[in-house]
Design a protein around this ligand. Structure first.
Ligand code: SF4
Ligand code: SF4
Length: 418
């Protein structure tokens, strides 16, 4: 339901053009964090208050409208994204302890449902599936025929999308939905989707969305946004609509009008979250920094640790690279083309006719981080990183994008590194 053009307006990491000093950069980061304590523009009349049963009613309403509900749930000792049958399957009462190369679920004393930060899977798992059949053809007596698509495109209700992931979806929209050569499957899934955002109240130790201007509150790109408030006996969700579809669904739910106290509590939730980010990434001057350090020996040092496993690209919500595999059956009468996610850490990814362009791990890591933070702004108008922290958490050796940038700057990051 969200229009192709909808994107979080605050998630515009400054395209760095200056070489500010350290003090100026620190002040700029503080400004960003404060400026992104969103909800400042939200008026009382635009918000209704849902109770936990009201949240369940929202999930049920979307299922009743024909959406396949997709949201966070606890499985295999992690909060993963799955298709859900009801709000009962959401991770009530869980949060996470995350650091570089570390992720542990924790039980909470309360029943907060969106306290778990982001898990290992980005929403691209549903919008750009890890593996898909592009086409299948059969040879017959009089030529060949192409099978019709197996399934109609699904209508997903994405439930509990964080602001960093909204920003990442907007990045992928630019590449896959609104570019000169859109991907019809992605564009179709996006056009049919309904997005329920959840403002972040409990960032993990690896989160740094606020320093990139991508959170912790949702600033656009949603149909309905929720701010969860859990204080003492009070457990409620402030809900605001961000589209006509969101406007249509909220009046169907059991709710009450918001009070000034409710709105102040919601603002406090996201304001405190912005100050509790586990990490920071100074966005200023990144393209120039990376270009200037192209031959830096630091890349070899990173390569001593990097396993070139590609985890960082698979968990990243903005990475969109894919490859295709053609196959025939043993009789030679059926041929098909499948697409699956690929990674620039794969040696074959840069294979041309005479070999791989990026043969060393140091070249592959340099390429990955330089594309994310150095050349992506020129290519797509924004950085390729939204500060979700997944690549830090799920790197098996704890390589930390914020720490590597700080190392290039010649400093140690606040809260960064192992
Ligand atoms: S940085 Fe970490 S996750 Fe990425 S390829 Fe290297 S070892 Fe794997
Ligand atoms: S580069 Fe890392 S922190 Fe940035 S969006 Fe990708 S996974 Fe998240």
């Amino acid at each position: 339901m969200v229009a192709d053009s909808a994107s979080p307006e605050t998630c515009r990491p400054r395209t760095p053009t200056t070489t500010e000093g350290a003090a100026a950069r620190a002040a700029a980061l503080a400004d960003v964090a404060l400026a992104d304590v969103a909800l400042a523009d939200v008026a009382l009349a635009d918000v209704v208050v849902l109770s936990p049963p009201g949240l369940a009613a929202l999930a049920n309403a979307l299922i009743g409208d024909g959406y396949r509900l997709v949201g966070p749930t606890v499985r295999s000792e992690a909060v993963v994204l799955e298709e859900l049958e009801s709000a009962d399957e959401l991770p009530w009462g869980w949060d996470v302890d995350a650091d570089a190369g570390r992720y542990r679920l924790r039980r909470r004393a309360d029943r907060a449902v969106f306290a778990h930060a982001v898990g290992p899977q980005p929403w691209k798992r549903f919008l750009l599936p890890p593996a898909s059949l592009l086409w299948r053809a059969r040879r017959g007596e009089s030529g060949f025929s192409v099978d019709p698509p197996e399934d109609p495109l699904p209508r997903y209700a994405l439930f509990g999308v964080r602001s960093c992931d909204l920003a990442a979806i907007a990045v992928q929209d630019r590449v896959l939905a609104t570019s000169a050569h859109p991907d019809s499957g992605y564009r179709g899934r996006r056009a049919r989707s309904f997005v329920v955002a959840a403002d972040c109240a409990t960032p993990a130790g690896t989160c740094f969305c606020s320093s990139l201007g991508c959170g912790p509150a949702a600033a656009g790109g949603y149909d309905v946004a929720l701010t969860e408030v859990v204080t003492g006996e009070e457990h409620l969700f402030l809900a605001r609509a961000g589209s006509a579809a969101g406007d249509a669904v909220l009046p169907r739910l059991p709710s009450r009008p918001a009070t000034p106290h409710d709105l102040d509590a919601a603002r406090a939730v996201v304001g405190e979250a912005a100050q509790r980010m586990g990490r920071r990434l100074d966005p200023d001057g990144l393209p120039e920094l990376l270009a200037a350090h192209r031959e830096d020996p630091h890349w070899n040092e990173v390569a001593q640790r990097c396993l070139s496993c590609g985890n960082c690209t698979l968990v990243c919500p903005t990475c969109f690279c894919t490859t295709v595999v053609d196959a025939t059956d043993v009789t030679g009468t059926v041929a098909e083309r499948r697409r699956h996610w690929d990674s620039c850490f794969d040696l074959d990814f840069s294979y041309l006719h005479a070999g791989s362009v990026r043969a060393s791990t140091s070249a592959r890591y340099r390429h990955w981080i330089s594309h994310k933070l150095g050349t992506w702004p020129e290519q797509f108008g924004t950085a390729g990183c939204v500060g979700c922290g997944r690549c830090i958490t799920w790197c098996p050796v704890g390589i930390d994008i914020t720490a590597e940038i700080a190392a290039l700057r010649g400093g140690v990051p606040e809260g960064g590194g192992l």
